[in-house]
Design a protein around this ligand. Structure first.
Ligand code: GAR
Length: 205
């Protein structure tokens, strides 16, 4: 399965996907392109190191958001991408793009949605004094972090946690669950019925 990664920052999730799937021929997953809105994103460096083609699509270079989305769509079509994987991608898509790629765009988010959507999810969970937070992998829809949930992993908030320590533990879980979910897609195990996402266990031989 050919996938595209969209990333704005460090790219530790991209790295997990490279190490656990892209570099393992038995995974059936190939990262065919990495796209960023930020030319200096470290994620681009990680992709280049793994010899994955990279593209930068900066919003400011386009007349509007739809034009930027159209450029991303053009790249995705050129690489025959089957699944679009957002990994710390901090831009939102316009409804036209979301409708075109319904159930073909997934995102990883550092909270147990629908709690703490948007940015600052980790600091918002700490400020709320919640005892448990976690990681969500979900489909991308028109709303911000509102799409059907594919998988969630809880992470306890410790008394002495700060944003850095909590985010570090959340990322450990992200780096496990996100490659796992992509693998489920490659194995065609994920079905969506209305908002319900069903993961079928692989058939026993
Ligand atoms: C990840 O923790 C991801 O959950 C978060 O950005 C981080 C990117 O890290 N995404 C969001 O907050 C999306 N709303 P990375 O660049 O090291 O993969």
């Amino acid at each position: 399965m050919k996938i595209a990664i969209l990333a704005s920052g460090n790219g530790s999730n991209l790295q997990a996907l490279i190490d656990q799937l892209h570099l393992d021929p038995s995974s059936g997953v190939e990262i065919v392109v990495t796209i960023s809105d930020r030319p200096k994103a470290y994620a681009l460096h990680r992709a280049k190191k793994a010899e994955i083609p990279t593209h930068v699509v900066q919003l400011k270079r386009f007349s509007d958001r739809n034009a930027a989305d159209a450029k991303i769509s053009e790249i995705i079509e050129a690489y025959e991408v089957e699944l679009i994987v957002l990994a710390g991608y901090m831009k939102i898509f316009q409804p036209q793009f979301v409708q075109k790629y319904r159930h073909k765009v997934i995102n990883v988010h550092p909270s147990l949605l629908p709690a703490f959507p948007g940015i600052h999810s980790v600091s918002n969970a700490l400020a709320y004094r919640t005892k448990i937070t976690g990681v969500t992998v979900h489909f991308v829809e028109e709303g911000i972090d509102t799409g059907p949930i594919i998988a969630q992993v809880p992470v306890p908030v410790l008394d002495d946690d700060d944003e850095t320590s909590l985010h570090r533990r959340l990322q450990v879980e992200e780096h496990e669950i996100y490659p796992q979910v992509v693998k489920w897609f490659a194995e065609d195990l994920i079905q969506v019925d209305n908002r319900k996402v069903v993961i079928t266990p692989p058939k026993k031989r």
